[in-house]
Design a protein around this ligand. Structure first.
Ligand code: NAD
Length: 282
């Protein structure tokens, strides 16, 4: 039976550490602040943004949520980002994805001041990650690594297979795994014989967005399995991994919900606090 990589529990303990860092900043007259912009009425985005604002409140941080209508132009959105870039009360800025199709995501992420890029999606942050230099690491990949580290899982020399090559999860998590001396294979929608590859994984990260794609026969006995997927289906919220089947073979596994999700949000808070500390030169 696999051990559970419990993101809810770990994020609760990290919350206490972060609260102390917020208090230390406040003692110096600085309240870490996060600006969040949401465009349109995507239902999942509404929940994510609400949860981020709530977490800021719980940690004693400042947050501003800007909800813009679906027909907001790219120029209007960029102008609002510029305002947040100039606002000294905001140390981090995040534009909730996905954006309406008439807005180019790249133009938007590129507009955020790299010093406030707490999502880690701008070219400067991703370049730093690639080169192993200090910078903001995207929250979901950072949370995945933290979860494994807290369970004492060593990655050195392990074969890590990542399914998914998005800029948000697949690519950055592959770089992080590589930085920890794993041997990394990245699979994607054009990969042939996916199951033959995932079955070789000591560590398997599923970031696909296909409910329960990874069944027991995709997994090697004793593998560590990280399920990033969040799929809203008529049967409820499902991961990319068929949990019951896979947990019988895995040595460790993340649940959905309660695995990677809570880690993502707490890493966003950590990045924002880090941004405030850097601004204060702590
Ligand atoms: P995406 O759609 O941008 O990327 C999906 C990737 O999966 C692509 O690279 C694609 O090539 C690959 N893929 C698609 N079908 C495949 C198949 N049949 N076999 C192999 N590879 C295939 O998605 P994303 O933004 O990376 O998100 C992936 C999932 O993770 C989604 O369910 C998303 O909701 C979830 N997610 C969760 C969190 C969290 O905090 N838990 C954060 C971000 C994303």
């Amino acid at each position: 039976m696999a051990i559970l990589l419990d993101g809810k529990k770990l994020s609760a303990s990290l919350r206490e550490e972060l609260k102390a860092r917020v208090e230390a900043l406040k003692a110096r007259g600085i309240t870490p602040g996060l600006g969040v912009i949401r465009v349109g009425d995507d239902a999942a985005s509404e929940v994510y943004v609400r949860n981020k604002a709530r977490m800021c409140e719980r940690l004693g941080m400042h947050s501003v949520v800007l909800h813009l209508p679906e027909d907001t132009t790219q120029e209007q959105l960029l102008a609002r980002i510029d305002e947040m870039n100039r606002d000294p009360a905001l140390h981090g800025i995040l534009v909730q994805l996905p954006l309406p199709p008439h807005i180019q995501e790249d133009a938007v992420t590129a507009r955020i001041d790299p010093k406030k890029d707490v999502d880690g999606f701008c070219s400067e942050s991703l370049g730093a990650l690639l080169k192993g230099e200090p910078g903001f690491v995207p929250c979901t990949p950072k949370g995945i690594l933290r979860l494994m580290e807290s369970a004492g899982i060593s990655l050195r020399g392990k074969h890590a297979v990542v399914v998914g090559r998005s800029m948000i999860v697949g690519k950055p998590v592959s770089l992080l795994l590589l930085s920890q001396d794993a041997t990394v294979t990245v699979c994607h929608s054009r990969t042939q014989n996916l199951r033959d590859i995932t079955r070789q994984a000591d560590v398997l990260v599923a970031a696909v967005g296909k409910p329960q794609l990874i069944t027991g026969d995709f997994v090697k006995e004793g593998a560590v399995v990280v399920d990033v997927g969040i799929n809203r289906t008529p049967d409820g919220l499902l991961g990319d991994v068929l949990f019951d089947e896979v947990q019988a073979k895995a040595s460790a596994i993340t649940p959905v919900p309660g695995g990677v999700g809570p880690m993502t949000i707490i890493m966003l808070m950590e990045n924002t606090i880090e941004a405030a500390e850097r601004a204060a030169q702590i």
